[in-house]
Design a protein around this ligand. Sequence first.
Ligand SMILES: O=C(O)C(=O)C[C@]1(C(=O)O)C=C[C@@H](O)C=C1
Length: 360
Amino acid sequence: MTLQQIEKLRKELDLINDQLLELLNRRAEIVQQIGRIKKENNLPFYDPEREQEMFEKLTEKNSGPFSDETIVHLFKEIAKASLKLQEKETEEQLLVSREMKKEDTKIVVGDLVIGGKIPVMIAGPCAVESREQMKAVASELNRLGVSFLRGGAFKPRTSPYSFQGLGREGLRLMREVADEYGMKVVSEVMSAEQLELAEEYVDIFQIGARNMQNFELLKEVGNAKKPVLLKRGFMATLEELMLAAEYIYARGNTQIILCERGIRTFEHWTRNTLDLSAVPILKLKTHLPVIVDVSHSTGRKDIILPISKAALAAGADGLMVEVHNNPAIARSDAHQQLNLEEFASLMEGLGLIKKNKSGC
Ligand SMILES: O=C(O)C(=O)C[C@]1(C(=O)O)C=C[C@@H](O)C=C1
């Protein structure tokens, strides 16, 4: 008898559940409509005052048996889910999102491809220091089949007294050496003026972690005609990285490579904490190629091989590694730059030598 009573009451609950479900989804549709209007008018989705007003109205009407606190808690959850729905719709509408473009974006640089079948290696010293240094590094990279030469001419240094880079002279040097070996140049720019200056010398503009949210600079590279390697800020969420990429893409420059380079956490045995989950998540959420900077993320050489393997296993389209012909006398990041032998054994360990030689 008791069981039958429960059965009967459960049937009643099932009917109420159906009604609640229908009402919740009807509510969600209205929330989406509000979201679209807010987006069109550049209004924030989150409206705490409206939520408060709504909770007050509900508690006034509430006659129990649920307490006011419980009612507010339940409706807060509904408002939270509604907000997510509004945000998700916007995220799906981002030009860089997978929803907007199903197929992977391939970045074509001359006869090379980033985001194709073969992972690329972007390597070179932290900073361009001299022709001898660049030649020594580039000739070894070339021997190993690496086609992308990196090197900083404008260095964003924490201390204003640290080496700031050779500027235009550094770019010129790197271009000359790269041309000698048929390599492509990747270098960081930090301002619109540097961008203009670098245009003549580089093949890929790098936007460093510190400038990931320099929106004016993002707009400038968005107007540029060359690919952009956008590094994740060390305090930035993946969503913020995606939105930063959107700034560039929305301006018309669709050639963007995302780069995970570690984020700041409490861990101090690595320079930053490499967030490897960023790789598959970004590949799911966006159609852009994703690479991993294994030097800046870890800040140490002794784990570079397993970390590089892990990055590639996670689906990275390439790696960025700092290599110097004589790291001991490097003017920046001395401890994390690989020497030429160490780099050769990394390439060997990753099985990349042949692949990079046969072209990407
Ligand atoms: O009324 C709005 O402005 C909405 O966007 C709807 C809604 C809600 O679910 O009720 C959602 C998010 C806002 O923070 C406030 C309220």
